[in-house]
Design a binder for this molecule. Structure first.
Ligand code: PGA
Length: 263
């Protein structure tokens, strides 16, 4: 199973806990408007609207702001979601709040949340369910540590994460699977294109065995971890890669725009 014919590319910007730095005298709204204009230009000029979906994941506080500027097919998503529907959960943000402010997608299971916030596979699965039930797309992240890679356990770790993090209500339409080797996030290290394609192919095969061939053939499996303008092309042209999740390089509009044009 390979060949990404028919799978629309999914290009995501994960701003993490950063906002775009405003130069003295210019306000943040203006800076973000500029960002969207640059990204939108790349998107429109290359007629990418037909070929790819672009989602920006800003901090929660900026979802509404970006959504208000959104005049194209670019979407705005949330970096997290509560496992609860509503109620006395101070500091948490529910699917209802996110939909209300314009979020269309949610990132779940990012390694920074799995590691720093001790999110379990079950939490990740519950969060994906909350997103899907609210008709948002869930971008479910998986990835192995450097130690697991060294011990030759990459596929074992990833398939376990797939088993326990993907909810039974997942379909190829309501989720995107993001493979991000943890050792590659923010480090400048990237897997070789051959290995990226090989791992994505194995994951697609595994999902096909579990959920059926049509699910696997239509599922978008994207790659993340130090993706930047200089390596985007060789990653995005791989048969089994259906997009990218971009952290650091998404903070510069011109870099992110370049990645979109390579999709
Ligand atoms: P990076 O982050 O592109 O800065 O490596 C990717 C991510 O954490 O999603």
């Amino acid at each position: 199973m390979s060949n990404n014919v028919g799978r629309v590319k999914f290009i995501a910007a994960n701003w993490k806990m950063n906002i775009l730095t405003a130069k003295e005298g210019s306000d943040i709204d203006f800076i973000e408007q500029q960002y969207l204009n640059i990204v939108d230009k790349a998107f429109t000029e290359k007629n990418k609207q037909k070929e790819c979906e672009v989602v920006i994941f800003p901090p929660h506080t900026h979802i509404g702001l970006l959504n208000a500027f959104n005049e194209s097919n670019m979407f705005v998503g949330s970096q997290d979601i509560s496992i609860h529907e509503k109620g006395a959960y101070t500091g948490e943000v529910s699917s209802e709040c996110l939909v209300d402010i314009g979020a269309t997608h949610v990132l779940v299971g990012h390694s920074e949340r799995r590691q720093n916030h001790k999110e379990s596979h079950s939490d990740v699965c519950k969060k994906a369910i909350q997103a899907i039930n609210a008709k948002m797309g869930a971008v479910i992240c998986i990835g192995e540590t450097a130690e697991q890679k060294k011990a030759g356990k990459t596929i074992e770790v990833l398939t376990k994460q797939i088993d326990l993090s993907l909810p039974s209500i997942a379909t190829a339409e309501n989720i995107v699977l993001a493979y991000e080797p943890i050792w590659a996030i923010g480090t400048g290290e990237v897997l070789t294109p051959v290995l990226i394609d090989e791992i994505h192919k194995k994951l697609r095969y595994y999902i096909g065995e579990k959920k059926g061939k049509p699910f696997a053939e239509n599922l978008r499996i994207i790659y993340g971890g130090s993706v930047k303008p200089s390596n985007a092309k060789e990653i995005l042209c791989l048969d089994n890669v259906d997009g990218t999740l971009v952290g650091g390089a998404s903070l510069q509009a011109s870099d992110f725009a370049k990645i979109i044009t390579e999709a």
